[in-house]
Design a protein around this ligand. Structure first.
Ligand SMILES: Cc1cc2nc3c(=O)[nH]c(=O)nc-3n(C[C@H](O)[C@H](O)[C@H](O)COP(=O)(O)O)c2cc1C
Length: 211
């Protein structure tokens, strides 16, 4: 299936039928998050996979009782690092040296650049905002990958991050939820949006070519 066909097929399902996604399919969708590009390659987030239906039910009140939370197969929570990032820069440099067969010393300049990035934010909020942008990019990759697998994926910002983090114990992992995706299969009978025409601004309003 072409990407274009997949993107026209997908929509943000409001109701799902509880069917479980096969493990191999789920892994392929998660690969898209893993391989997402990010600023300086820092990937300053984790994707927390919530599988257990009972735990998802406990998450639902934090997401204003949206039914997809309970009816999906897996809930993906894109959560930004709540750390300064300095230790992660050192770890990334070590990893890069190992993976590419380089001396760590040869990456000293890059290390300093990355330290400058993570130490350069005016506030923790500014750093979180930057990290969230990277997480959203991974989310976009997941939405496209899911559509290619004919798996529904609903992006959701309609939740209280503090409440969701409390249920999932994310603070202890030094993570903070930014956005979530409910992955599963649409319930065509229950979902008032299923089968409705997709609404987008006219293409020329979104895509502007300059001469
Ligand atoms: C960042 C973001 C947050 C969203 N939050 C919610 C949400 O909390 N609940 C929901 O049902 N849909 C949510 N949506 C889905 C949008 O309403 C939907 O993507 C948009 O109306 C376009 O429709 P389509 O994706 O079905 O084509 C969100 C979408 C995005 C990208």
């Amino acid at each position: 299936m072409s990407l274009d066909t997949a993107l026209n097929w997908r929509y943000a399902a409001k109701r799902m039928n509880g069917q479980r996604i096969p493990e191999a399919t789920l892994e392929r969708i998660l690969d898209a998050a893993h391989l997402a590009p990010s600023s300086y390659g820092l990937q300053p987030y984790s994707v927390v996979v919530v599988d257990d239906p009972a735990l998802r039910e406990r998450c639902r009140p934090a997401a204003f009782d949206q039914p997809q939370i309970g009816e999906c197969s897996h809930l993906l929570v894109f959560a930004t690092w709540e750390t300064s990032g300095a230790a992660e820069v050192d770890a990334l440099i070590r990893l890069m040296a190992r993976e590419r067969g380089l001396e760590e010393a040869s990456l000293a300049g890059y290390r300093e650049t990355l330290k400058g990035v993570v130490n350069g934010f005016a506030s923790a909020e500014a750093r979180r905002h930057w990290a969230a942008k990277q997480a959203y990019l991974a989310m976009g990759m997941v939405l496209a990958a899911a559509a290619l697998e004919r798996v529904d994926a609903t992006p959701m910002e309609g939740f209280d991050p503090a409440a969701l983090d409390a249920v999932l114990g994310l603070e202890a992992r030094r993570l903070r939820s930014a956005v979530v995706v409910a992955l599963g299969y649409r319930d065509e009978d229950a979902d008032r949006l299923a089968g409705l025409k997709k609404v987008r601004w006219p293409r020329e309003r979104v895509i502007a070519r300059v001469a």
